[in-house]
Design a protein around this ligand. Sequence first.
Ligand code: NAD
Length: 271
Amino acid sequence: MANNLLAGKKGIIFGALNEDSIAWKIAEKAHEQGAQFVLTNAPVAMRMGEINNLAAKTGSEVIPADATNMDDLNNLFEKAEEALGGKLDFILHSIGMSINVRKGKHYTELNYGWLEKGWDVSAVSFHRVMQVAWERNAMNDWGSILALTYIAAQRTFPDYNDMADNKAYLESIARSFGYHWGVRNKVRVNTISQSPTPTTAGSGVKGFGGFINYAEKMSPLGNASADDCADYAISMFSDLTRKVTMQNLFHDGGFSNTGVSDAIIERFEED
Ligand SMILES: NC(=O)c1ccc[n+]([C@@H]2O[C@H](COP(=O)([O-])OP(=O)(O)OC[C@H]3O[C@@H](n4cnc5c(N)ncnc54)[C@H](O)[C@@H]3O)[C@@H](O)[C@H]2O)c1
């Protein structure tokens, strides 16, 4: 369904690793809606080369950048503005990683070196990206900056581990930086809090299978897929949402406001 909602808009999309990635789906739909963008990911994530297929499909340039490295980010913004021929209208931050999660370290026994790395990659990188864009004055007025988050920032999901704290920090950055962007450039900054989604990052969380099935049964509309998330992101990049800013937007089929569902109760009555 192409309505040209993003016709003439230019952006940078972080985080498309493979075709399961939420950023991948957003890039496909942004292209369908007429946007032009640069794709970026950490240099190590490019080894598989899959991002080149997405670049070919969407007519985009790929510019590697480690989102924790200020030189990489400055280079990315410089090259992106050159490639796109001007300032940006949207940025997608779709980045997350916890070494403690990956290595199965329990929350009560965290390795703090790993915690710092995961915090920098998953949360502070959002500030870094925005600070580079801010200093370079790289955003057009009424632009839109978006990051992806998860409800473990508000409610406890034990296996989400230190990513819960990283997401709380990420959401706070959206509010704090969103204020300044609003005042200076009428740019909006939001986070989308997405349902569990079967991607490389998502499936790395311990017990993910149980987790996603539970959320499906708890959500009146069922889980939101990566494709659904892409539709929502497109609306957030479009001119139809210009006064939405500094928000954490739940995109989860109603999960966040459901105490319990009939489907879950039935499961327990069977026991
Ligand atoms: N999958 C889920 O269940 C779910 C739910 C809610 C929110 N999210 C969030 O959605 C976002 C995208 O994750 P996904 O599920 O599509 O998984 P994914 O694994 O496809 O994407 C994560 C991306 O982060 C990138 N990345 C890691 N370190 C980086 C670095 N130093 N610099 C630049 N990029 C780096 C990876 O290369 C990868 O492309 C993440 O913020 C994630 O926390 C995911």
